[in-house]
Design a protein around this ligand. Structure first.
Ligand code: DGL
Length: 254
């Protein structure tokens, strides 16, 4: 079985682990929540790269076969450098799913919700220019979304008001497809869907990232479990701050 290291600025990456577990139910997972430094959204790339280096080094020392940066902001800031530093290690990152959104929209307007770090990164801007040249793209930071998830306020009046503020400008612009460009945001999906109504589709890149992880394990010859495996893998959670949120959200995804 494979050992997979998964990191995020907090508990958002558990939305990615949820999709990975559908494909790799019996492997070993090391999850690191850097919640003492959360949010990453407005931190410098140098700071985020430094944190990723340390966490990845730790995963590798514990025998990780592959690393998932389950964080769009960390992927934009650090994955290129990490791949250079550890060329033999398979790295999987998260990127806003602009391409499927641009292909699927009928209104010709797509919305992207992500952190400021992701929306300003050249990685995102290049993807947007390559795949979304023919549609209108409206971007907003999900202001306060990460804080809601980290404080386990996944629904209720505050969650709804917070979601409404960032989502409404996208809806007013005519977006019928909204990309969730931050791994915390899928935890707010029920509220997002309620505020947006049934005509709007949300796209989470986590299932695609999980499939990419399996492809990379295969291409590196790393043995792993398969969806029909009845066994359950081992999940270890560590955090730089309190671990309560990650443990509670782990029970939500399981
Ligand atoms: N979950 C993260 C992402 O996908 C980072 C959120 C944050 O720390 O600002 O971008």
């Amino acid at each position: 079985m494979a050992t997979i290291g998964i990191m995020d600025s907090g508990s958002g990456g558990l939305s990615v682990l949820k999709e990975i577990l559908r494909l790799l139910p019996a492997d070993k997972f090391l999850y690191y929540s850097d919640n003492a430094n959360c949010p990453y959204g407005e931190k410098s790339s140098e700071f985020i790269l430094g944190r990723c280096r340390e966490i990845v080094g730790d995963f590798l020392a514990q025998g990780a076969d592959a690393i998932v940066l389950a964080c769009n902001t960390a992927t934009a800031a650090a994955i290129a450098e990490l791949r250079k530093e550890w060329p033999s290690v398979p790295f999987i990152g998260m990127e806003p799913a602009v391409k499927p959104a641009a292909l699927g929209t009928r209104s010709g307007v797509i919305g992207v919700l992500a952190t400021a770090g992701t929306l300003h990164a050249s990685k995102y801007l290049d993807t947007r220019d390559t795949y979304a040249g023919d549609v209108k793209v409206v971007e907003r930071v999900g202001r306060g979304f990460v804080e809601l998830v980290e404080s386990l306020q996944l629904d209720g009046p505050l969650a709804e008001a917070t979601v409404r503020e960032s989502l409404e400008p996208l809806l007013r612009a005519g977006a019928d497809t909204v990309v969730l460009g931050c791994t915390h945001y899928p935890f707010l999906l029920p509220v997002l869907e309620r505020v947006a109504g049934p005509a709007v589709r949300f796209i989470d890149p986590a299932p695609a990232a999980a499939r990419q992880l399996v492809r990379l394990l295969d291409s590196h010859g790393i043995p792993h479990s398969s969806p029909s495996d009845p066994a359950r893998g081992d999940i270890t959670i560590k955090s730089s701050g309190q671990s309560e949120t990650a443990r509670r959200l782990l029970s939500v995804i399981l």
